[in-house]
Design a protein around this ligand. Structure first.
Ligand code: MSP
Length: 683
């Protein structure tokens, strides 16, 4: 342990290897097979495993990018549970900040109403995708806010948060400032929109002070951020001054956030708030000692900087031990382009799940992305993968095995006789897999892990072709040999069903049901043992696990997308009738816009100065998203002049500009067909 300049004790080394425990005994109620199981020395070390996804912003609906990280962490934590580790899986939603506040305003909802709804959306999607998280954190929960304030106070008391002024280029969508160098053609590299120039008095987190510490740490712990290309990216960031991080926002502008504990005129910058979720959840649950710092973060490359730079320094400054690894994956792309609403190429996970089934979709995502690299998504590739690996290789192995058991042994698993070299070769291929998978998972080679199981499955298919059970069946004297072959195939399927369970929990359970081995021992160690299916087990064949997809039909569908349904005629709900006298109470006049500027406290509002004859008025209007201030100056618009004035975010509005809005939120100002003098009455 070392002491930092404030004389606090700082633990910044990883806790040594996780404690190891002995193998748990298999369930005594499960019948054991006769021959002593052969194993490949399955000494699987057990430990503690805590994995996290990013907490997703609630201003979008989940797409396959979000689904990938969440499914991946689900797979990884299921794998560790199977291995016997004490496992914890956290996901959640990131609910504060300017972006969310703006999205709520755009939907005409209060921020709380809005975040409740969208957070529920994420949770419902994860439930439908079979995600088994242990907790779902929302940053608007009191249990989280409390810990954020505690951490802030600690860092403030230690002198690492100071007050100051900052001017810079800010992207609201990223909720961060960019340096000139980071911009691409003057635009935010993520959103391809120009950033705003902002000057603000804020609190700053003294990150620069920790720059050399982090650089040295990345040398000492070269796999802290992995794969290596991302560690190198962070090292490159650390080569030059990283500056201090503005960690507050004025409450008057961004009320939707956690107030700083020592100054409630400021709220916490959303990233400082959000990153702490990984820690706050454990504090709130009282499980900090169990799971921290065994934490494995999984994120995509878009949020490398907050996780690779801000987060370790925040932890260090707060005297909290560092995470175990930051695991960074690439992007799912569509035709080499990013998915985005504006490009209209967003792929929704639930559409694919409905069309191809949950497990096939999960299998594809994990099998077809090399962790760390970008991958192109295509539905055709998904279908081809399902057909080759799942329908042909795995599904076929099950069907052929069940078919032969039915034909030759009345659907009952026979007892194996002595193993021949080809049986042993197949056994050896399977029993080596648990250790191999542990290594692949540790090395983030999830695609390789699946490929190695499938290779063994293909060996089992080849084994059938080589030993030709149908010929053994014709020869009475080969009966024991046929028993051994069939029992060997059942064992192969049992092992495969355990190894593939983290990726395809639904289908693998179904497979075990069809084999009649639902109650056979079920953990990673038993996937490395042989001879566990008791003789006499009755199989229960069912529907094929993975029906083949008709690729030609799919290609036709892709080439000719289903026709857009005719838009339904709109049914307009009218307001109650009024008389001409009622209408005459409203005074409408033509006005000329003399000045238009951004509202000082609200991003969606403009403040207009309008003229009618000798008189000018100030009008606050919610049209910022549709009109730039400079487009408005000089235009003639229609104003409701006798509305009672109201204060909108601190500015008094003396009337209301008329505009039309369609169902898609498109907005058009009401203008004049001929150029009449301002002040003219509209009747
Ligand atoms: N709220 C922050 C994260 C805070 S964590 C303390 C955020 N949210 S996000 O909704 O934008 O989610 C970003 C994450 O979604 C990525 O890091 C990745 O996990 C996932 N993905 C989003 N798009 C993706 C792809 N196209 N491909 C793969 N994963 C992607 O950033």
């Amino acid at each position: 342990m070392e002491k930092d300049p404030q004389n606090r004790i700082v633990v910044d080394r990883p806790v040594d290897e996780a404690p190891t425990m002995g193998l748990a005994e298999s369930d005594p109620s499960t019948p054991q097979a006769a021959p002593a199981p052969a194993t490949a020395g399955q000494e699987l070390e057990r430990g503690v495993y805590y994995a996290t996804t990013p907490i997703y912003y609630v201003n979008a609906v989940p797409h396959i990018g979000h689904a990938y990280t969440t499914i991946l962490v689900d797979v990884v934590t299921r794998f560790h549970r199977l291995k016997g580790d004490d496992t914890f899986f956290l996901t959640g939603t990131d609910e504060h900040g300017e972006k969310v506040q703006q999205a709520a305003e755009a939907h005409g909802k209060s921020p709380q109403e809005y975040v409740d709804e969208v957070s529920g959306n994420f949770r419902a999607t994860w439930d439908r995708l079979g995600i088994r998280y242990d907790d779902f954190i929302r940053t608007t929960e009191p249990r989280h806010k409390q810990v954020v304030q505690d951490v802030l106070q600690r860092v403030y008391d230690a002198g690492d948060i100071v007050y100051g002024e900052y001017a810079g280029l800010y992207c609201v969508k990223c909720e961060r400032y960019y340096t000139d160098k980071e911009l691409v053609d003057g635009k935010c590299p993520q959103h391809e929109t120009p950033p705003e120039h902002r000057t603000e008095a804020n609190y700053f987190f003294r990150m620069e002070k920790y720059r050399t510490w982090l650089r040295d740490l990345l040398t000492e712990r070269p796999d802290l951020i992995r794969p290596e290309r991302y560690r190198n990216e962070v090292l490159a960031m650390l080569r030059e001054p990283i500056g201090d991080l503005s960690i507050s926002r004025p409450r008057a502008r961004v009320p939707w956030g956690i107030p700083l504990p020592w100054d409630d005129e400021h709220v916490t910058y959303v990233w400082f708030d959000a990153l702490i979720n990984y820690y706050s959840v454990l504090v709130a649950r009282g499980t900090l000692d169990t799971y921290w710092p065994h934490v494995e973060h999984f994120v995509a490359k878009d949020i490398l900087k907050p996780h690779g730079l801000f987060w370790p320094i925040m932890l260090k400054a707060a005297g909290i031990p560092l995470y175990q690894h930051l695991n960074v994956h690439g992007y799912w792309l569509i035709d080499d382009r990013k998915m985005s609403k504006s490009l209209g190429n967003v792929v929704r996970p639930l559409d694919l799940q409905q069309k191809y089934g949950n497990d096939a979709f999960r299998y594809f995502l994990i099998r077809d992305m090399t962790f760390g690299l970008d991958s192109n998504f295509s539905e055709l590739a998904l279908a081809e993968r399902v057909n080759s690996d799942l329908a042909n290789d795995l599904g076929n192995l099950l069907n052929r095995t069940l078919g032969m058991l039915g034909r030759y042994r009345d659907g009952v698993v026979p007892a194996a006789g002595p193993l021949e070299p080809e049986d042993e070769a197949l056994r050896d291929a399977f029993v080596a897999l648990p250790q191999q998978l542990v290594r692949s998972f540790d090395a983030l080679q999830f695609d390789r892990a699946l490929a190695s199981v499938m290779e063994a499955v293909r060996k089992a298919n080849k084994y059938i072709a080589d030993v030709k059970p149908w010929e053994l069946a014709k020869d009475e004297s080969a009966s024991e040999r046929l028993d051994t072959v069939l029992a060997t195939l059942v064992e192969a399927l049992r092992c495969a069903s355990i190894l593939l369970d983290p990726v395809m929990p639904g289908k693998m359970l179904e497979l075990r049901k069809q084999l009649g081995i639902r109650n056979a021992p079920f953990d990673l160690a038993t996937a490395g043992e042989w001879g566990l299916v008791p003789a006499g087990t009755r199989t229960k064949p069912g529907e094929p696990l993975f029906p083949r997809i008709d690729l030609e039909e799919l290609e036709r569908q892709i080439a000719q997308p289903a026709e857009e349904p005719e838009p339904e005629e709109r049914i307009i709900e009218h307001k109650p009738e009024i008389t001409i006298d009622d209408f005459a109470k409203v005074e409408l006049r033509v006005v000329t816009v003399e000045q238009a500027e951004q509202h000082p406290n609200a991003d969606k509002l403009l403040v207009l100065t309008v003229r009618m004859g000798a008189e000018t008025r100030t009008v606050v209007s919610g049209i910022k998203q549709h009109y730039a201030p400079e487009e408005l100056v000089g235009r003639k618009l229609v104003l409701v002049t006798n509305l009672k004035p109201v204060k909108l975010r601190g500015v008094e509005s003396q009337g209301m500009i008329l505009a039309a809005e369609d169902d898609d939120g498109q907005l058009s100002l009401v203008t004049l067909e001929k150029d009449l003098a301002d002040g003219s009455e509209v009747r």
